[in-house]
Design a protein around this ligand. Structure first.
Ligand code: ZN
Length: 178
C-alpha cells in the first residue's frame, strides 16, 4: 500500500471506494482515468446492475417461496387426509352406534354374543341354545360361534357380513323379515 504520493511525496489519504489512490495535493492517481473499471462501471449503468441483482433476488425468493409453499401444502395434505380419514371413520362408527338407539326397528350390527342373546340365548351358559327360524336345529354358543357360512346364519334369521367380521366389527344383524 502506497502511503506517499510518488509524484509530490505528500501524504495520501484513504483510497476511494473503487480502491483507487488519489493525491489531494497534485491530483496523481494510481490508475488512469479511462481504465477498465470506468468502461464497465458507468457504461453498464448502475441502474441495470441493480435491476439484474433485483431480478436474481426476486427469482430466488419466488423459487424459495414456491418450494416452501409446496412443501407445506404436501405436509398439510398428508396430515389432513390422515386426520380426515380418522375423523370420518370415527364419526361414521359413532353414527352407526347412534342409529340403532335412535330407531329401534332398524336392524343394527351385532357381535356374535349379541346375536346369540338376540336369539334368546345366553353366551355364558353352556346349556343355553338358540334355534333356527324353522326350529329344525338348535345350537349352543360354542357351536353357534363356529358358524362360518352366511347361509347358516340366514337360517337363524341373521344377515352375516364377512367383510365386517374380517374388519373386527359387529357383523351380524337380523334380517328385515326376521
Ligand atoms: Zn502528489
Amino acid at each position: 500500500m502506497i502511503e506517499v504520493c510518488p509524484r509530490c511525496y505528500s501524504r495520501l489519504g484513504a483510497p476511494l471506494k473503487s480502491g483507487r489512490l488519489v493525491c489531494a495535493n497534485c491530483g496523481w492517481s494510481n490508475e488512469p482515468a479511462a481504465s477498465k473499471t470506468t468502461i464497465s462501471g458507468p457504461n453498464r449503468s448502475p441502474f441495470v446492475e441493480i435491476l439484474v441483482q433485483c431480478w436474481r433476488i426476486v427469482k430466488r425468493t419466488v423459487t424459495y417461496v414456491f418450494q416452501a409453499v409446496t412443501q407445506r401444502v404436501q405436509e398439510f395434505r398428508q396430515v389432513e387426509s390422515k386426520q380426515l380419514v380418522k375423523g370420518l371413520s370415527s364419526r361414521l362408527s359413532a353414527l352407526e352406534q347412534a342409529i340403532p338407539t335412535g330407531s329401534t326397528d332398524a336392524p343394527r350390527w351385532m357381535t356374535l354374543e349379541d346375536a346369540f342373546r338376540y336369539l334368546g340365548g345366553d353366551p355364558n351358559d353352556s346349556h343355553s341354545a338358540v334355534s333356527t327360524v324353522n326350529g329344525s336345529s338348535s345350537l349352543p354358543f360354542r357351536r353357534f360361534r363356529a358358524l362360518k357360512n352366511p347361509a347358516e346364519f340366514r337360517s337363524f334369521g341373521l344377515e352375516a357380513d364377512v367383510t365386517r367380521r374380517d374388519a373386527n366389527k359387529p357383523w351380524l344383524r337380523w334380517t328385515d323379515e326376521g
